[in-house]
Design a binder for this molecule. Structure first.
Ligand SMILES: [Mg+2]
Ligand SMILES: [Zn+2]
Length: 187
């Protein structure tokens, strides 16, 4: 089985300051058609999201359940199913003891993708990581996936490196899906 791993804030959903208020979460423009195209090509869909706000005490894991429910609801309305929702609650400088640590799940580390692959039997080499910053790209590359950078202005540092080169770049999620679809045809 193959998958598309989606960064939540800025790739799948609009990146807003109040990220856990369910009513304010909305899918990025074109997300429905994009993900239906990928779903028709038998890609399973996963969210992999850094949520350091938990480590800083701004919200908690219960809030993430609400966010997960909201995303499932929005995707259901688009006739889509989310196969898994993974988030990293950690940050090394966090203020909430249990979450203030270095971990293997916070992107650019690949832990969430590796866990999803184990949980769901995903072949990482035929899968894609899609995100809006180079930490997403690095996490995908470290996991052995193909990688897609949605170049929508959210990456501002452009710290490049050998693991931070995306396979492809696209201006938005729909263009990304079309590129993934055509990339598969060429392989
Ligand atoms: Mg993002
Ligand atoms: Zn983590």
């Amino acid at each position: 089985m193959k998958a598309v791993f989606l960064d939540k804030d800025g790739a799948l959903a609009d990146d807003l300051p109040y990220k856990v208020e369910p009513q304010r979460i909305s899918l990025c423009s074109g997300a429905g058609p994009a993900l239906r195209l990928l779903s028709r090509l038998d890609y399973r869909l996963f969210v992999v999201s850094n949520q350091a706000g938990i480590a800083f005490g701004r919200f908690n894991e219960g809030d993430m359940e609400t966010v997960h429910d909201r995303l499932q609801d929005l995707l259901f309305r688009e006739h889509l199913t989310l196969d898994g929702f993974y988030y990293c609650p950690h940050h090394p400088d966090g203020s909430v003891g249990a979450y203030a640590c270095d971990c293997h799940c916070r992107k650019p580390m690949p832990g969430m993708l590796l866990q999803a692959a184990r949980d769901h039997g995903i072949d990482l080499r035929s899968s894609w990581m899609v995100g809006d910053i180079l930490h997403d790209v690095e996490a995908g590359n470290r996991a052995g996936c193909r990688t897609m950078l949605i170049d929508n202005g959210n990456e501002t540092e452009w710290r490049l490196g050998p693991r931070r080169i995306p396979t492809r770049m696209a201006p938005d999620l729909y263009a990304a899906a079309v590129l993934i679809a055509s990339h598969g045809d060429m392989a």
